[in-house]
Design a protein around this ligand. Structure first.
Ligand code: PMP
Ligand code: GLN
Length: 382
């Protein structure tokens, strides 16, 4: 236990949020919205609690939510799923990722991720004893080089852990990249675990679930979360879907991680998934507006801005301000100007950390007036 603590330490999100709270800084670090999601979903959770929906849910999730997930995948992507056997509800996407990695890999196996990678990937791969292999995403579009991707695969590659739309870079993978991932996964008989928690946050480009690429569905677990789509990060409701034999493996592990997930929140999110199209269109138009406000502010502050095609994160290069170390800047920024952000090198292995040394990530899932105030504060950096 002590050795795991030493290796894993405290997450960057906790570190930066604690720093933001201590300094009173605007928190554009940890990605969580500063407004709750739809009132009717909140009311649905309250109604479920009042109606006595307060004991353990079935381990695989309540039927209403599994059916709603299947209906959502059909409605948006034309993916047909059996809610009985091909969907499992999890305690956030985090648990789905952990259960998948624990189910599919062990010591001696390799898991391939795209670097920078979301922090829980490295931690959970490390806990399995598997080797964590990465392939870089390269500025300005943060897409992989397809030859490098090919050579990152080996006969030991058991899982490709994809994240699309991609946190922290904001990249949205086009069909050609996804097609190559599928082709290589097939050649090496690897499972694709696709973290698509930002599926409803793409700007001017469509989200393509990798499971829709021919030849992918039979080897792909797709993961999403109510935290992102419905702005209820604290409810920790997520789900995974895919072929029955892969979902069954994940469900087996899930039994011993959390057994089941919060009952009243599941019924509320089942209602949320059935909201009409204008709800989903509204997420995009609102976030795109916020993205543009923050991007303008960051540009005016002197950063080089990589405008994201997806997620609610913007990456900037701090080099034009004469700052080469974003980790150091992130630690000083809250007291310096009253804004917190996340340094990108923490999502990397040492080589990737060197490559992303001057990149800093800002979250824009905040009220517009908060983003405008952050921009005003950042302007004093120059
Ligand atoms: N994957 C990615 C890429 C994320 O950004 C996040 C963060 N919220 C998660 C997984 C975790 O999702 P959840 O809060 O539903 O566990
Ligand atoms: N996913 C969020 C982010 O990238 C934070 C999640 C967390 O705090 N673990 O900022």
């Amino acid at each position: 236990l002590l050795s795991a603590q030493g290796e894993l330490g405290t997450t960057i999100f906790e570190e930066m949020t604690t720093l933001a709270l201590a300094t009173g800084a605007i928190n554009l670090g940890q990605g969580f919205p500063d407004e709750d999601g739809p009132a009717e979903i909140k009311a649905a959770a309250q109604a479920a609690i009042a109606a006595g929906s307060n004991q353990y849910a079935p381990g695989k999730g309540i039927p209403e939510l599994r059916s709603a997930v299947a209906a959502h995948q059909e409605r948006f992507y034309g993916l047909a799923l059996d809610p009985q056997t091909e969907v499992v509800v999890t305690t956030g996407a985090t648990e789905a990722i952990a259960a998948a990695v624990l189910a599919f890999v062990g010591p001696g196996d390799e898991v391939l991720t795209f670097e920078p990678f979301y922090d829980s990937y490295g931690a959970i791969i490390g806990l399995t004893g598997a080797r964590h292999v990465t392939t870089p995403l390269l500025a300005p579009d943060f897409l992989p080089d397809l030859d490098a991707l090919e050579s990152a695969f080996t006969e030991r590659t058991k899982v490709v852990l994809l994240n699309n739309p991609h946190n922290p870079t904001g990249a949205v993978f086009p069909r050609a990249v996804l097609g190559r991932v599928v082709e290589l996964a097939r050649r090496h008989d690897a499972v694709i675990v696709s973290d698509e928690v930002y599926e409803h946050m793409t700007f001017g480009v469509p989200h393509l679930p990798v499971a829709t690429i021919p030849g992918a569905a039979e080897r792909t677990i797709t993961i999403s979360s109510a935290g992102k789509t419905f702005s209820f990060t604290g409810w920790k409701v997520g789900w995974a879907s895919g072929p029955a034999h892969l979902v069954a493996a994940l469900r087996t592990v899930k039994q011993f991680l959390t057994y089941s997930s919060g009952t009243p929140f599941q019924s509320a999110i089942a209602e949320g998934l059935s909201l009409p199209d204008d709800f989903y269109a509204g997420i995009i138009s609102e976030l795109q507006h916020k993205r543009d406000i923050l991007a303008d502010g960051l540009r005016a502050a002197g950063f080089d801005v990589y405008t994201p095609r997806g997620t609610y994160f913007i990456n900037v290069d701090t080099a034009p301000l004469g700052i080469s170390d974003s980790v150091e800047l992130a630690r000083r920024l809250p007291s310096l100007v009253g804004v917190a952000a996340i340094p990108v090198p923490v999502f990397c292995h040492p080589e990737g950390a060197e490559r992303t040394r001057s990149l800093l990530r800002f979250a824009f899932c905040k009220r517009t007036e908060v983003l405008e105030e952050a921009a005003t504060r950042l302007a004093t950096l120059r």
